[in-house]
Design a protein around this ligand. Structure first.
Ligand SMILES: [Zn+2]
Length: 235
């Protein structure tokens, strides 16, 4: 991908997915002047094996860490939808939230989890978020008669997004060189302290670097992030 988008909307199912899958790309684009907005779909309050912690406590920790991680990358704004971890559904309510943010931010690029993955374990929230984001981009955000009240009552104009970049895909067709932003990406991943705390620091570093090296090998550079890009007509 040659061009740097001016406005990017990232739809992340849980706190931490965005940094792990596209933090290097976001840091690169932000360094080149992009404005990035996060939509964090769930509160991340369930993903632990520790007894004695409540979902509310965990969600509060995840929230603080997500804010810190986004700051490391220079993300401009975080919109939190606050769904419970594990409870995303393909509902009109969720779709409308995403359509609202697409119309408000007017992104050229939306980034989200690949919904259609077969060869690895994939969280249900990842499938649902990817699918609903795709629907929200096309056709719901594009046509003003969908969720017409967003137009008539909130004054949000329809918007044609140019492309979706799906992360976590089995069919990557787009590789973004993150050689210059590996350190920033790593720092953003490490800001999710409660999620990396159970692993030795070396292991986290190796994980981030080896994944980037694998994507880079496919993409023809040292370190990359891999996406499936789907283009939409904007003219
Ligand atoms: Zn996740």
């Amino acid at each position: 991908m040659e061009e740097t988008p001016q406005r990017v909307l990232v739809v992340t199912p849980h706190p931490d997915d965005a940094e792990i899958w596209c933090g290097g790309t976001l840091a690169r684009w932000i360094g080149q002047g992009s404005e990035v907005v996060y939509v964090v779909c769930t509160d991340g309050g369930k993903g632990t094996d520790k007894p004695g912690i409540t979902a509310e406590e965990l969600a509060a920790t995840r929230d603080r860490e997500q804010t810190a991680a986004a700051e490391v990358l220079g993300v401009r704004e975080i919109v939190k939808l606050g769904y419970s971890d594990g409870e995303l559904d393909d509902t009109a309510d969720f779709r409308k939230h995403l359509v609202r943010q697409i119309r408000r931010v007017q992104p050229e690029v939306v980034m989200v989890t690949e919904p259609y993955v077969r060869s690895m374990v994939w969280h249900r929230d990842h499938r649902i978020a990817g699918q609903v984001a795709l629907d929200a981009v096309f056709p719901y955000a594009r046509d003003h008669l969908h969720f017409g009240e967003l137009w008539s009552e909130e004054g949000l104009e329809p918007h044609k997004t140019g492309a979706i970049l799906f992360w976590g895909t089995e069919q990557a067709n787009t590789f973004i060189d993150i050689g210059e932003t590996m350190e920033v990406k790593l720092a953003a991943v490490q800001a999710h302290r409660s999620q990396v705390a159970d692993h030795p620091e070396r292991e986290v570093v190796d994980y981030v670097y080896s994944r980037a090296r694998d994507a880079g090998a496919e993409g023809g550079c040292e370190y990359a992030e891999a996406f499936r890009r789907v283009n939409f007509r904007t003219g």
